[in-house]
Design a protein around this ligand. Structure first.
Ligand SMILES: C[S@@+](CC[C@H](N)C(=O)[O-])C[C@H]1O[C@@H](n2cnc3c(N)ncnc32)[C@H](O)[C@@H]1O
Length: 285
């Protein structure tokens, strides 16, 4: 028996209830081995709400319609948000060395000077800011380009941190000092760095749940970064997601995925350009 004020352990049946709910809400599939992870992550939420059992919390999050806000909080607790500036750096080198020169060549041939990039599953912002810095560094003083980056995540907490754009010094260790100086300001106590407004203004932050049937997006993109997001999705969800994402690529656009993610089942649609970088095959749409 749990002592008053203590939370009773998460039972197998309760875990399965949350697992199905989380799968339905965010596409995240939690294996049986994740029970203790779910217990500890949701436990924090239960404590902050003063709820003493997982069963009671389950009732709370499934009560319609007021429960939808709490379901977001529940998903915020469950997501894994590990990220880094210039993580899997070859994607940023590809933007600098291939994507931008190709866009420049198309502009010289009369196409618009627009770049649209989507960081889908942007976590705390390191990925979209790395994209923005890469583009700024590559375009230099050329201000004639209209560049917009969409940064989205299902987790409202990480999105708020991304939009704030404040990072500890050690998070920026992999960013060259000259680049840090150009794009960040030091806080007054010098403990942290704040993204400058110029860089931030290139990015729009939005909550987008990738497994929801409609996305509030009209643009098509020169590149979509969807990296290290699908690791917890089952194969059917992964496939549906990537089929949908390809519909948002420009014909010349690229799809970047995480190092362990393989889209071989989309071979008919996508061709591998470089490790983890894909483009639409000619005539695929
Ligand atoms: C491990 S982080 C990866 C961050 C970044 N893309 C990178 O590679 O460094 C995965 C992110 O995907 C987000 N995510 C998980 N399920 C999602 C969903 N259904 N819709 C949108 N984002 C989701 C998580 O909230 C998390 O911030």
């Amino acid at each position: 028996m749990p002592v008053a004020g203590e939370i009773a352990p998460l039972s197998v049946a309760e875990f399965r209830g949350f697992r199905d709910l989380i799968l339905d809400e965010a596409g995240i599939y939690l294996k049986d081995s994740k029970r203790s992870l779910v217990e500890s992550r949701l436990g924090r939420r239960l404590r902050s709400l003063g709820i003493e059992s997982y069963g009671e919390y389950f009732q709370y999050v499934t009560r319609q319609p007021a429960a939808s806000a709490e379901r977001r909080e529940m998903i915020n607790c469950i997501t894994t948000n590990k990220t880094d500036f210039f993580r899997e750096n070859h994607h940023f080198e590809f933007v600098r060395d291939r994507l931008i020169p190709q866009a420049r060549a198309r502009a010289a041939a009369g196409e618009s000077r627009k770049l649209r990039i989507w960081s889908a599953g942007c976590s705390t912002g390191e990925e979209p800011y790395s994209i923005a810095m890469t583009i700024c560094e590559a375009l230099g003083t050329d201000r004639s380009w209209d560049v917009r980056i969409l940064a989205s995540d299902v987790d409202t907490e990480v999105l708020a941190a991304a939009e704030q754009g404040i990072y500890d010094g050690e998070r920026l260790e992999r960013v060259p000092e000259t680049v840090v100086r150009r794009h960040f300001l030091r806080n007054l106590d010098r403990s942290a760095f704040q993204v400058k407004e110029d860089l931030k203004s290139m990015i729009r932050f939005r909550r987008i749940n990738l497994v929801e049937p409609a996305w509030p997006i009209r643009a098509s993109f020169d590149a979509i970064f969807c990296r290290n997001v699908i690791i917890y999705f089952n194969q059917a969800t992964q496939q549906r997601l990537f089929e949908r994402l390809t519909g948002y690529l420009k014909p010349s656009g690229y799809l970047m995925v995480g190092h362990s993610e393989n889209l071989q089942w989309l071979n008919a649609m996508l061709e591998l350009v470089q490790s983890t970088i894909y483009r639409l095959r000619d005539g695929a749409r």
